[in-house]
Design a protein around this ligand. Structure first.
Ligand code: EAX
Length: 321
């Protein structure tokens, strides 16, 4: 009896080592039910299927591992395997990313997705390995809108003077200053508390984030400014990729593309249903924003963007139809 149990135990161990399973950690800012969660779950499920269970993930939603900058650093250091992150802090690691953070660069979702999936976006992905990172695919956060507790924002004059939390992103901050707001950079995990305590008057984020993070509990006004597209990325490291066989590498790249599809689908759903939901939760929504006035306010920042990124490069993005 005893020896057969030991034999069984040994047999069990043998099976376990034949089917050795590697658990990879993935982190993101918002909840498991949010767009980041939907994309990351598709990614994780597909990895497990595509590698016959040799790889699986453990998910860390809700900024459990810190802000997006911290998660990117963790991926670089090797203490985290994947992060599904907005480009907010990414330009500080890979400067070539900054150009896609320019306010009012993209007309709409079709335009943005086409650029990301086309030669311009794909070329940016090739800039990551020299920084100790690998970008598997562009995912998506969405067009950003302003919320605040002081007043409805229709035009830049209404935004003027508001203290608004922004991402740790100089391209955004330079643009937003021209709207008259006082940008206050802050990591995402601190935003809810800062809004609640009134440390800042407002913040700006896409509908999926405003919904998932329950900002309706601490913000009165939502203005559909759509002032900047917020791309996101599935990022890993050469350390993770170099351990994979060529076949598994292909699996990881393929499933990342599917994660993008699922994440964007969830963004679409939130765009379609989320605004009414936020109204139901008590927010006053300004749908008619003076977009032309916001765009005109950016004349000076665009002179600087052209200097930094090249007017031709900006035009190439604008010209994608
Ligand atoms: O990526 O920091 C932000 O406002 C981001 O949009 C959020 O973390 C989701």
């Amino acid at each position: 009896m005893k020896s057969s149990l030991i034999a069984l135990a040994l047999f069990g161990m043998g099976v376990a080592s034949v089917q050795a399973q590697t658990v990879l950690k993935i982190g993101y800012a918002t909840s498991a039910a949010s767009h980041y969660g939907v994309g990351s779950t598709a990614f994780c499920d597909d990895i497990e299927k595509g590698t016959q269970g040799r790889y699986k993930c453990q998910q860390f939603p809700n900024s459990a591992l810190g802000g997006e900058r911290e998660m990117i650093e963790a991926v670089q250091l090797g203490t985290l395997d994947f992060v599904n992150t907005s480009t907010g802090p990414v330009g500080n690691f890979v400067p070539e990313v900054k150009i896609v953070d320019i306010p009012f660069l993209f007309r709409d979702y079709d335009h943005a997705r086409k650029v990301m999936d086309g030669p311009i976006g794909q070329d940016i992905l090739t800039k990551f390995p020299s920084k100790g990172l690998v970008a598997l695919s562009w995912t998506e956060n969405g067009f950003r809108h302003m919320t605040n507790n002081k007043r409805p924002i229709v035009k830049p004059d209404d935004a003027a003077g508001l203290k608004m939390r922004t991402m740790e992103n100089k391209v955004h901050m330079d643009g937003y200053r021209a709207f008259g707001i006082q940008p206050t950079p802050m990591a995402f995990p601190e935003v809810f508390g800062a809004l609640q305590q009134g440390t800042v008057d407002g913040q700006e984020n896409p509908i999926p984030v405003i919904l998932a993070s329950k900002f309706s509990q601490v913000q009165k006004y939502l203005s559909l400014t759509g002032h900047v597209y917020s791309p996101a990325l599935l990022i890993t490291s050469p350390r993770v990729m170099n351990k994979l066989s060529d076949a598994d590498k292909k699996v990881f790249y393929d499933v990342a593309k599917h994660a993008t599809v699922e994440q964007r689908k969830k963004v679409n759903e939130d765009e379609a249903n989320g605004i009414a939901q936020l109204e139901k939760e008590g927010m006053t929504v300004v749908r008619k924003v003076d977009g032309a006035a916001f765009r005109n306010a950016l004349r000076d920042p665009y002179v600087n963007y052209s200097k930094e990124f090249g007017a031709d490069n900006i035009r190439k993005i604008q010209d994608v139809k």
